[in-house]
Write a protein that binds this ligand. Structure first.
Ligand code: ADP
Ligand code: GN1
Ligand code: MG
Length: 366
């Protein structure tokens, strides 16, 4: 079945004019669908969900439906525009939020136009505003009853579990790639004491379990091209119970780097403390008084840990033979792991300053 036939299964307005690949995600296949209805043009995002990574697509889509319904009500009550500030799933002809075609799961959303998803944070104000959007996202979901949400990927940010998987892949070494990654393997092993920092704090009840996004890269928030404001948090596949530190840390991991996630020239990769400051300011403003003191004290740990974990995931996938992340060349995952480990080292060197900055912005708000 071709893409036009798949599009015909959704309640799109007008006649489909074009369907083109769109965006830069590592997981799903994303298309922009342009439809025409007389003079009017309607645009949609149509995605093939990666069901190898998300086998429980029914649970995942139910999570997205309940969370977006809840967010829409809150946005409306705050006087916002829920068609631009929240993802709007498009129903299929049968009234469902997804359709199965040749064993693939397809879904669609309203396309939020005049927006851009950045791959790198070269404007501090925009990056700060992305922090505001992610902070606001958690704050808006503060009253949401998480008991009905399914855990889409079990142990997604359980770094202890990630470490066990890394050790298993290293042991199996199916392609003999470990020989080419000795330095990176040593980096992960030497720092394995990090792995329990967040999961143990959660299980001891020192920090709260919340509804979190869990994949807060800068390119998962749409920025309005005209105002430069972050308007909509997207890529809701991994919404599930988690820690605020995951969301804060993952944004810092991706956005406070001076280079792309897969930069091959490591001399270009550095941790930019001024971007960290901008992000802290925005995020702490967005989350407001919903953050606890224990979470505030651990923001730097969340940043280091999420960067370490992501590097470990890239390295594990490299050892496994690139089964998880989309890659463009054989060493791609190793290159990605190297940028993450360089950032971890730089963050470790700045951690005192990171603590100071987080406190500065929280104190200023009081
Ligand atoms: P992945 O899980 O593969 O990262 P995303 O859901 O993040 O997929 O989508 C990939 C890209 O598509 C985003 O980075 C963004 O550029 C674009 N995109 C996704 N949803 C929308 C939307 N509703 N409106 C406009 N652009 C979107
Ligand atoms: C993936 O889907 P995308 O490209 O936004 C991954 C994240 C990683 C990220 C690294 C479901 O995010 O966990 O941090 O790549 N998503 C999933 O760039 O595994
Ligand atoms: Mg994405």
């Amino acid at each position: 079945m071709n893409l036009k036939d798949i599009a015909a299964g959704f309640r799109f307005f007008g006649t489909v004019e074009s369907i083109e690949p769109h965006g830069n995600g590592h997981i799903n296949d994303t298309y922009l669908v342009v439809c025409r209805d007389g003079e009017a043009v309607h645009q949609y995002i149509m995605q093939r969900l990666n069901t190898r990574i998300f086998p429980n697509y029914q649970g995942l889509m139910r999570n997205i439906e309940t969370v977006t319904d809840y967010l829409r009500d809150i946005i409306r009550s705050q006087g916002g525009d829920c068609l631009r500030e929240c993802m709007t799933p498009i129903r299929t002809i049968d009234g469902a939020t997804y359709q199965i075609v040749n064993r693939d799961c397809w879904r669609a959303y309203l396309f939020i136009d005049n927006t851009v998803a950045y791959q790198i944070a070269d404007d501090k104000n925009i990056f700060a505003d992305s922090g505001r959007a992610f902070g606001r996202f958690i704050a808006r979901l503060d009253g949401f009853d998480a008991s009905g949400l399914c855990e889409v990927i079990e142990n997604f940010h359980n770094t202890k579990d990630r470490y066990a998987k890394f050790c298993a892949s290293l042991q199996a070494d199916p392609l003999g790639r470990s020989a080419s990654a000795q330095e990176e393997i040593a980096f992960v092993t030497q720092r394995n004491a990090y792995c329990g920092k967040i999961v143990d704090a959660l299980s001891r009840g020192e920090i709260p379990l919340r509804v979190t996004h869990n994949d807060t890269k800068l390119n998962n928030v749409l920025i309005d091209k005209t105002s430069g404001k972050a308007i909509c948090v997207i890529d809701l596949d991994t919404i599930m119970p988690g820690s605020l530190l995951y969301d804060f840390g993952d944004s810092v991991r991706f956005g406070c780097s001076t280079a792309l996630e897969d930069e091959q020239d490591l001399s270009k990769v550095d941790f930019d403390l001024s971007l960290y400051e901008a992000y802290c300011e925005g995020f702490l403003d967005g989350i407001g008084d919903k953050i606890t003191t224990a979470e505030l004290d651990m923001l730097h740990i969340g940043s280091i840990l999420m960067t370490y974990e992501c590097g470990m995931r890239f390295l594990t996938d490299y050892l496994d033979g690139d089964l998880y992340f989309k890659t463009a060349y054989p060493e791609h995952n190793l290159v990605r792991a190297r940028t993450q480990f360089k950032l971890v080292g730089r963050m470790e060197a700045c951690s005192e300053k990171m603590i100071e900055i987080a406190h500065k912005y929280c104190v200023r708000k009081k």
